[in-house]
Design a protein around this ligand. Structure first.
Ligand SMILES: C[S@@+](CC[C@H](N)C(=O)[O-])C[C@H]1O[C@@H](n2cnc3c(N)ncnc32)[C@H](O)[C@@H]1O
Length: 739
């Protein structure tokens, strides 16, 4: 990095100019793409969507509030970036009306605020303010109700609004009597701090660097500690996640300036994110970060609330960038002594030393590009210079980005969460606005929990405290993500002195030892010596899910297959190693090729499950598989999962499932759950994503869960985010509990 910043002046200028030209080209391309539609077209589209929303909202019969809400939402997004137009304000005002009618009061409140802020006509202001007052009342927010009533006092109101005003005044009096208090964020941060070091300790004097150990007995399922991530970056569609708190199901509040590419779950989150977003907003406008990958997470680690600015006071007195760098590295005063959360990130181990020189150069250039962006599009360096003018901040920040890249490659985590898959797609797809699935806020309609049977990686997340845990293929905890907070639960009893380990990849039950070793070596550069990797019968745990009985009548032996075309045994998925159609499986006992006609028949028939005869035939095949794919078998559970997800789509095509379908679905779901319980745990996101089917079947009155099943399934919810858990618990209480 220093090489780049100490080139002769003319070469430095050349590098900066070239980088800037490249960035400007991205900006221009994006602007051209966006200009395909002009403002008039966008305004017209927005207007049209709002009118369609009004039709649904005002329909005499068949009123569809959430459907209207979705259209108003699309109207807002359609008008973003049309400077000075009224459409955004009208979109928000209408969405507020629909959200309020559906019972989303805090979102309706925020929408009113957005409507007023974005130029809602002054003459109609009282309507929006009255709505705000009404929502404040529902939210039991005395201060804000008082504020809006005071505002209304200054506006002359017609008879109907005057009546509402008087009623609201009465309600305020009552509310002040039964005001309830809420836990504030300070308490949450305190609670997280307190959860640290009470049961776990960090040992620094080991061959493997820092390791985390149990300080005392930690019983199975007990919380070990919690951590709030100092930074995360969305993966995939960045609009699925609130960029501040990291939750995934919400009504979106888009940033108006970056074409709605960054969204929040509330205005509060938007406000909290302002200090970071001001430096990213110009870049988001032209998708500068879209290909940033790990370097973007490195940048956010510096820019986010818990970033470089938290230690800036300690750097004030340093007289050069060399001194600053020394302070920030091992042995330096800040590195050693600061209690700032940013220093936890600085202390993470780095992979830079083991990266190829080409990779380092590549990441150095990406880091440099980010510095050029920050310099020309933001005032970040001015901010840093307010504290220290003697330092070359561009060099320091560029080097920090590169350092964090090296660290995050071996330390960053994936935030995996259950996320509803909407049944049909709209321009902006936010599942809380899906009118097909919601009965009222937080409560699904009967039979719709299966829309949550999908889990995905939604963000790359920096968790420096969790990163202290070393790898083992037999990990000792299960993480629960809730937004940007992670809670770590013991997967088994841990004795005092036991190491608390994480599994960086798929574990010993899901991947063979040789493959695990190869993956760990290439990413982290170590040979795993965990208890499972050193045992003689290395793949015994893995093999139990791949037991076949030879279909050659003269053999009939049980074998673990050899599949010449594949490194792994997951042959039923197309991979870069080739297509499933070319797969051959041989018995290791007699050498006979196995018939896979059942697989090909399933593949052909799965397209025709609308016909009940096809489904009946598939049940037959599934039953026969029991004789070939033995016990808890990976292929059989894959087939069961495929069937469940296909069967649950049928009602959307107007096909009602019959009693036999339900009986078979119950069997398949239970088999699936049993496999997952064994191979992952009952306390895993995979298990939750499968038990959902059983809850839907129970809710439809086709299955009665036993008390034990209920208990186990309710317990499994401890592993999903608080927000999703609430939806599941509501569903359980509404439809499953008493069946
Ligand atoms: C997330 S860090 C783990 C914490 C690290 N020990 C520290 O001091 O902060 C990951 C790095 O630790 C080392 N490591 C983790 N687990 C290991 C293991 N089982 N065997 C050898 N090295 C390991 C590797 O260098 C890996 O890149």
């Amino acid at each position: 990095m220093r090489e780049l910043f100490t080139l002769p002046q003319n070469l430095q200028k050349f590098c900066e100019d070239t980088s800037l030209q490249w960035i400007k080209l991205q900006e221009k391309n994006e602007d051209t793409e966006f200009a395909m539609k002009d403002d008039d077209e966008r305004i017209q589209e927005s207007n049209e969507l709002r009118k369609q929303g009004n039709l649904l909202f005002n329909a005499k019969s068949d009123r569809n509030i959430l459907g209207a809400c979705r259209l108003y939402n699309d109207a807002i997004f359609a008008a973003l970036d049309c400077k000075g137009c009224e459409e955004i304000a009208l979109g928000f005002a209408n969405r507020a009306m629909a959200l309020q009618a559906f019972g989303y009061y805090s979102q309706a409140y925020d929408d009113c605020f957005c409507a007023l802020k974005s130029g809602y006509p002054h003459a109609m202001r009282h309507k929006v303010v009255t709505r705000q007052a009404y929502c404040s009342l529902k939210l039991k927010d005395v201060q804000s109700l008082k504020k809006h009533l005071l505002e209304l006092e200054g506006i002359s109101l017609n008879e109907s609004f005057q009546k509402q005003f008087t009623e609201l005044q009465e309600s305020l009096k009552q509310l002040m009597i039964d005001k309830c208090s809420e836990q504030d964020e300070m308490e949450e941060e305190e609670e997280i701090k307190k959860s640290r070091n009470s049961q776990e300790i960090i040992d620094t004097g080991t061959d493997l660097g820092r390791i985390m150990k149990a300080k005392c007995l930690i019983p199975k399922n007990q919380l070990i500690f919690r951590e709030k991530a100092p930074a995360f970056t969305p993966v995939g569609d960045g609009r699925r996640i609130c960029h501040q708190c990291g939750i995934t199901g919400f009504i979106p509040y888009p940033c108006f300036n970056c074409r709605g590419r960054v969204v929040y779950c509330s205005l509060k989150c938007q406000k909290e994110h302002e200090d970071l977003h001001r430096y990213e907003c110009p870049g988001y406008r032209f998708q500068f970060f879209a290909h940033g990958g790990i370097a973007h997470l490195a940048l956010r680690t510096i820019l986010d609330k818990g970033g470089l600015l938290t230690i800036i006071d300690d750097l004030k007195s340093k007289t050069s960038d060399n001194e600053i760098w020394k302070a920030l590295t091992k042995g330096g005063d800040v590195w050693e002594n600061s209690a700032s959360i940013y220093v936890e990130s600085l202390r993470m181990v780095s992979n830079l030393e083991i990266m190829t020189i080409m990779d380092i150069k590549w990441f150095a250039l990406v880091s440099y590009l980010m510095v050029v962006y920050l310099k020309h599009y933001t005032k970040y360096f001015d901010k840093l210079r307010e504290y220290n003018t003697k330092c070359n901040w561009e060099l320091v920040v560029g080097t920090l980005i590169l350092r964090h890249v090296g660290q995050l490659i071996s330390n960053a985590h994936m935030l995996t969460t259950i996320i509803a898959k909407p049944l049909y797609f709209t321009m902006t797809d936010f599942y809380l606005l899906n009118d097909r699935i919601w009965l009222k806020p937080g409560h699904l309609k009967r039979g719709y929990l299966h829309t949550f049977s999908n889990y995905e990686d939604v963000a790359a997340i920096n968790l420096p405290y969790l990163s202290i845990c070393n790898h083992s293929c037999v990990q000792s905890f299960q993480p629960k993500f809730s937004g940007r907070c992670v809670s770590i639960f013991a997967l088994r009893d841990l004795k005092a002195g036991d190491e608390i380990t994480n599994c960086y990849d798929l574990d010993y039950r899901k991947v063979k030892r040789a493959a695990r070793r190869q993956r760990l070596k290439s990413t982290y550069n170590f040979d795993c010596k965990c208890e499972n990797c050193v045992q003689p019968n290395e793949d015994a745990d893995f093999n139990q899910y791949h037991r076949y009985r030879c279909d050659n009548k003269d053999c009939g032996e049980i074998f673990i297959p050899i599949i010449p075309q594949r490194r792994s045994l997951n042959w039923w998925q197309n991979t870069d190693e080739g297509s499933v159609d070319d797969i051959t499986i041989y018995c290791t006992k007699c050498g006979c090729e196995q018939r896979l006609d059942w697989y090909h028949e399933i593949k052909r028939s799965i397209e025709r499950t609308r016909q009940s005869e096809t489904r009946r035939r598939l049940y037959q095949i599934f039953k026969q598989l029991e004789n070939v794919l033995l016990g808890l078998n990976d292929v059989r559970s894959y087939v069961a999962l495929k069937f469940c997800s296909e069967w649950f789509k049928l009602p959307y095509h107007g096909i009602a499932l019959n009693d036999q379908d339900y009986v078979e679905l119950i069997d398949m779901t239970k088999y699936l759950m049993e496999c997952t319980k064994h191979q992952s745990s009952a306390n895993s996101i995979e298990y939750v994503a499968e038990m959902i089917y059983l809850w839907d079947i129970a809710a439809m009155g086709k299955y009665k869960c036993t008390p034990n099943e209920k208990e186990e399934m309710l317990f499994a919810l401890s592993i999903i985010s608080d927000q999703t858990k609430e939806i599941f618990l509501n569903y359980y209480n509404d439809y499953v509990k008493d069946i």
